[in-house]
Design a protein around this ligand. Structure first.
Ligand SMILES: C[S@@+](CC[C@H](N)C(=O)[O-])C[C@H]1O[C@@H](n2cnc3c(N)ncnc32)[C@H](O)[C@@H]1O
Length: 322
């Protein structure tokens, strides 16, 4: 009985990690084997049917995802990209009183600087422990930010509630992109904007995901999150109720005061998906995953002084609500 429960849990850890780390095809160009973009752009009408036909029980997957995102301590990961989050908010040119929804807000990396601009900010996320950290951060800075537990695919807000809907490395991880796109659009007021920061498939983070998928094969039927970082795909997704979409690729640095091997251990300890992926593998599997991740970080490392500095890239997407 115990063994059966453990193997079910391991399956979901593997499924989750694979989902987040799905191979994006061989070679540099993405995608090759995936038909996700085709599904999005050209088979819109058939897509939901395809998803339900091939995806394992979505409610079970979603519940496991919640468990996985609450593993580790995401705040320790968020620290690394705080500078990039500040710059993302700076570019939005938020006005005092502007209503902002931060979807998949995590520990408040974008919600907090948005509130500092005088915006009326609400953050929403599935991970209760990250929301606790976000609330504590806002309180420490004497900022009023509302943080709610909720799902990007089923946002607990009325239509047109917000002037600006943002999501940095967040909504891209919800498993059903159609629903996510529809929800981001629905809660944005006519004339407002939806602004996303999505990891791109062919740059460093995309490669990191690809490395993960080599060790933890992806489950069928769920589209890779990095497709949100593909221009054509994101334009096809943010389509209904949207009058215009622009995209720009933005570089972002990961900097650590220690070498790549320790970076991998840092992710293994604090980043829920990495932590649970390692936990799902046996000793040989863990060693192999670690080796490949260390090799990747080493190959991309620009520092030569025993520290780690890697340049990554995301796609900033601005969709104007019709
Ligand atoms: C990589 S973190 C980014 C967090 C934050 N936006 C930031 O930039 O620091 C991804 C976040 O997405 C959240 N998340 C994943 N799936 C979600 C979903 N379906 N609905 C809401 N939040 C979700 C996770 O809990 C996690 O906080």
């Amino acid at each position: 009985m115990l063994a059966k429960s453990a193997s079910i849990l391991i399956f979901f850890f593997k499924a989750f990690y694979a989902y987040h780390c799905e191979s994006v095809g061989d070679g540099d160009k993405f995608p090759t084997s995936s038909n996700c973009r085709l599904t999005d752009a050209k088979k819109r009408g058939k897509k939901i049917m395809t998803e339900t036909a091939t995806t394992p029980d979505i409610n079970v997957i979603k519940s496991k995802m919640k468990t996985i995102w609450t593993a580790g301590d995401f705040g320790k990961i968020a620290e690394i990209i705080q500078g990039g989050a500040d710059e993302f908010i700076e570019r939005l040119d938020l006005k005092p009183g502007e209503t902002v929804l931060d979807v998949a807000c995590g520990t408040g990396n974008t919600a907090i600087p948005a509130a500092k601009k005088g915006a009326a900010v609400t953050g929403v996320d599935i991970a209760a422990n990250s929301l606790e950290q976000a609330r504590a951060r806002a309180a420490a800075e004497d900022l009023e930010v509302k943080f709610d537990e909720g799902d990007a695919e089923d946002l607990p807000y009325d239509d047109g509630s917000f002037d600006t809907v943002i999501t940095m490395f967040g909504a891209m991880f919800a498993p059903r992109p159609d629903r996510t796109a529809a929800e981001l659009t629905r809660v944005c007021r006519p004339g407002g904007r939806v602004v996303m920061a999505n990891w791109t498939p062919n740059h460093f983070v995309g490669q990191m995901f690809k490395t993960g998928s080599k060790h933890v094969p992806p489950p069928p039927g769920i589209q890779p999150p990095v497709l949100w970082g593909d221009e054509e795909t994101v334009k096809s997704r943010l389509n209904e109720g949207i009058s215009n979409v622009t995209t720009v690729r933005i570089p972002i640095k990961f900097k650590f005061p220690f070498p790549p091997e320790q970076v991998v251990e840092y992710f293994r300890e604090y980043f829920g998906p990495t932590k649970t992926a390692f936990a799902s593998l046996d000793a040989d599997g863990q060693a192999a995953l670690k080796k490949d991740l260390v090799d990747l970080w080493t190959e991309h490392n620009r520092a030569a002084d025993g520290t780690t500095e890697v340049e990554a890239e995301y796609l900033e997407v601005t969709a104007k609500r019709a």
